[in-house]
Every structure is written in C-alpha cells, then in structure tokens.
Write a protein that binds this ligand. Structure first.
Ligand SMILES: Nc1ncnc2c1ncn2[C@@H]1O[C@H](COP(=O)(O)OP(=O)(O)O)[C@@H](O)[C@H]1O
Ligand SMILES: O=C(OP(=O)(O)O)[C@H](O)COP(=O)(O)O
Length: 398
C-alpha cells in the first residue's frame, strides 16, 4: 500500500471541482508539441476524474517565464495538444486565478476539463506565497497531484495547495514512484549515471549527493561545459555557468572520496551557429575555437561512454548529451541511447531514463520502448535517486 492517498481513496467526486496539477512542460519545436509523452502519461488521471463526473481543472507551468506573463510561454497551444491526446474537449482560461479563472470554473459542467494558464505567470507561484495558494484554492474542493516531474518544486501548485484541501496522488504520480522503487530501490551495481542537458544551475547541486550513490557519473551536454571550464579548458561560446566552477570542482573532490569515477567528454562537435545546416567540426576538448560552441559530444567520447555502459549493471540517465533537436548534434545522444537500448534488450542492463527532453531524445533515437523504464521526470527523478524527500510527494503522505 502506498504511503500516500491515491485516487482509490478519493470517494464520490461527482460535481466536485478537482484541481489537478499536471506537468505539461513538453518539448515544442516550430510551435508544435514534439513529444507528447507527458500529456499521454497524465491522460488516465484526467479521464478517470472526468468520467466520475468531476469538474477537472488542470494547473500546470510551462517554461521559466522571468517577468510575469510571456505569450511565448502560454499554455493555450498545449490545451489543443491535450485535447488531441484525450480526444475530449479541453477548455482554456487565460489566467489561473482571479475573476478570469473563477468565471471559467463557474461555467463548467460536471465532467468538463479546463486548463488554466501557466501558473508561473505569477511570481508568487514559485514563492509558494500563501495568498496565491489561497487564490488557487478558491477554485477547488479537492487537489490531485499528478506532476511527479515537478514534485521537487515546493511551489504553490505543487505543494502549497495540498495543505488547503483533501489531497491525492494521481495515477502517474503513483506509477512513477512505484516504477522507480521497483527498478532502482535496490539497484544492481555498478550503477552508472549519465547527466547532460541544459539546466545546469538547477541540477548541479544534486550531483554532490549523486556521486555518493553511483559508481560512475558521466557528464555530457551543457552540464559538461561547466566541468570542463572548471578544469581549465576554454569552452569558447558554449553554454557554460562559469560562476559554478567552484561547485563543479567540489563535486569532483566529493566523487574522488566516494570512489565515483567522473567521466567528462574528451572530444566535442562544435559550431559557430545553432541552426540547421550550420558548419560543424569535431575537436578535442582542449582545442575548442574561441568563437565556437560545443553542441555535442564527439565520437571518442561516445566510445568511452559506451564502455561505461558495458561495465554498468544499472544505468540512470537524465539530460541529452548534445543539442539533439538539430542534426548533426543529435549523434552522440542517439549513439549512446541505441547502445544502452541494445544492452537492455540483451538483458545485461537495467536502464532507467527520465526528463522531458531526454524522453524526446529517446523517441528521436527510436529506442524509448527498449529502456527498462522511462520516467517523465528529470530533476525530480535525480533528486529521488539522491534520496532527497520531494516536497510534492511528502505533502501527500497521510
Ligand atoms: N552542449 C549543449 N549546448 C546547449 N544545449 C544543450 C547541449 N546539450 C544539450 N543541450 C540541451 O539540453 C536540453 C535538455 O536539457 P534538460 O531540460 O536539462 O533535459 P530534460 O528535459 O531531459 O531534463 C535540450 O534542449 C538540448 O538541446
Ligand atoms: O521539465 C521539467 O523538469 P526536467 O527538465 O528536469 O525534466 C519540469 O517540468 C520542471 O521544470 P523546472 O525545472 O522549470 O521546474
């Protein structure tokens, strides 16, 4: 029995207003959702609640808007994508609180589904501001959190709301926690973690603990550049958080004392522009031109990563190794993903990967179904792996 309340405990919800936190922070390319996995995963919770006659009010964030409402981060296009996945009408309201939200909720019939605009259009969302939590709560009788991939955030819609009304885990939240526990609760060693992607500042701190849990940490993607720079390499115009060099050095020290190998790229694919058809070349990481960006790991690095995958009994992976959305910068991620998938198919590797873009990259490589488990979560999955309590999960425990 799970340690938290689930939809099995929710009782009669006909006519009730159910606030459902979902993660619709999906990859978008040329204005279209390029990977709908996160929407597909929350669909069972939405349809179950709607079928039981609840008024289903979806709360979600999209991107990281800096100064309030930003039309490029509106959830309105995602409402259409959600409608397509659910094959049901999804209404949309252009604010998540106040008169606009209340008017839309008041107009709902039982079983209706309504998506409210990006919660992060209000800065008070991320501050978990009690007044904002109360404004969100005004539109609901029951709270369901199905956003495991945002459960590491103690925000108003992921944590605060659960204090205001009866709160339950949605089907995906429940399934993710059960699957991670089954696959990684007691992992077979050696455990190799691959961490890449672009969210350097929000993920680097968790590496400090992760190196104590795994036998090797392979660092790729944008994350690797900060480590290479900390080691003294010139990474040119690459995505790099130079002010985190001290943190990166400390992680390397912690890893050494924990007996965790740190694996950094030895070569890289660089370009002057990040666009289709941009000229690119492969160079050693000690020879990145000052006016170029590292956009992928090189073939020698892929070989080294595959050797670590060979040694691993368990692989955990978050973050693409390169800017995989544009060819040829997908090559490193695709090659390592195919290698890990083949090892998994042969039965010699347990492979668990997660993250919005990581899942998209695995689909792009055509191997998402070959991994042992694919989570919707990236940062939340790594924090779970670290053993850190996730605020969005803790608050659901009875
Ligand atoms: N070397 C790189 N330079 C710039 N961006 C990169 C690089 N490598 C990977 N990325 C980007 O990282 C993004 C995914 O990062 P992140 O959000 O951390 O992953 P996830 O969503 O799987 O958790 C992708 O959009 C990809 O283009
Ligand atoms: O995409 C997400 O996380 P991920 O990139 O770690 O998979 C979640 O929606 C959380 O987003 P955030 O990292 O902006 O809080």
């Amino acid at each position: 029995m799970p340690a938290f309340r689930t939809l099995d405990d929710i009782g009669d919800i006909a006519g009730k207003r159910v606030l459902v936190r979902v993660d619709l922070n999906v990859p978008v390319k040329d204005g279209q959702v390029s990977d709908a996995t996160r929407i597909e995963r929350v669909a069972p919770t939405i349809t179950e609640l709607s079928d039981k006659g609840a008024k289903v009010i979806l709360l979600a964030h999209f991107g990281r808007p800096k100064d309030g409402p930003d039309p490029s981060m509106s959830l309105e296009p995602i409402a259409a994508a959600t409608e397509a996945v659910l094959d049901r009408r999804v209404h949309f309201a252009p604010d998540c609180v106040g008169d606009v939200a209340q008017g839309a909720v008041d107009a709902m019939a039982d079983g209706d589904i309504l998506l409210l605009e990006n919660t992060r259009f209000h800065k008070s969302e991320e501050k978990n501001d009690p007044a904002f939590v109360a404004a969100l709560a005004a539109n609901g009788d029951i709270y369901v959190n199905d956003a495991f991939s945002a459960a590491h955030r103690a925000h108003a819609s992921t944590e605060g709301l659960a204090h205001h009304m009866p709160a339950y885990a949605g089907r995906t939240m429940q399934a993710e926690l059960e699957a991670l526990e089954k696959g990684l609760g007691n992992p077979r060693r050696p455990v190799v973690a691959i961490v890449g992607g672009a969210k350097v500042s929000s993920k680097i701190d968790l590496l400090m603990n992760l190196v104590k849990k795994v036998d090797a940490l392979v660092i790729g993607g944008g994350m690797a550049n900060t480590f290479l720079a900390a080691r003294g390499e010139d990474v040119g115009k690459s995505l790099c958080e130079h002010d985190l060099a001290a943190t990166a050095k400390q992680i390397m020290i912690e890893a050494a004392s924990a007996g965790c190998a740190i694996v950094l790229p030895v070569d890289a694919v660089v370009a002057r522009e990040f666009k289709v058809g941009a000229a690119s070349e492969t160079v050693g990481v000690d020879a990145v031109p000052a006016d170029a960006m590292i956009l992928d790991v090189g073939p020698r690095t892929v070989e080294a990563i595959n050797e670590w995958i060979d040694r691993a009994a368990t692989l955990v992976w978050n973050g693409p190794l390169g800017a995989f959305e544009i060819e040829p910068f997908d090559a490193g991620t695709v090659a390592a993903a195919k290698y890990a998938a083949a090892q998994t198919r042969e039965g010699v590797l347990v492979s668990v990967a997660g993250g919005g873009d990581t899942v998209a990259a695995l689909h792009h490589a055509g191997v998402a179904d070959d991994f042992t488990y694919v989570s919707t979560a990236g940062g939340a999955f790594l924090e779970w792996m670290e053993g850190k309590p996730l605020p969005g999960v803790e608050v659901l425990k009875s």
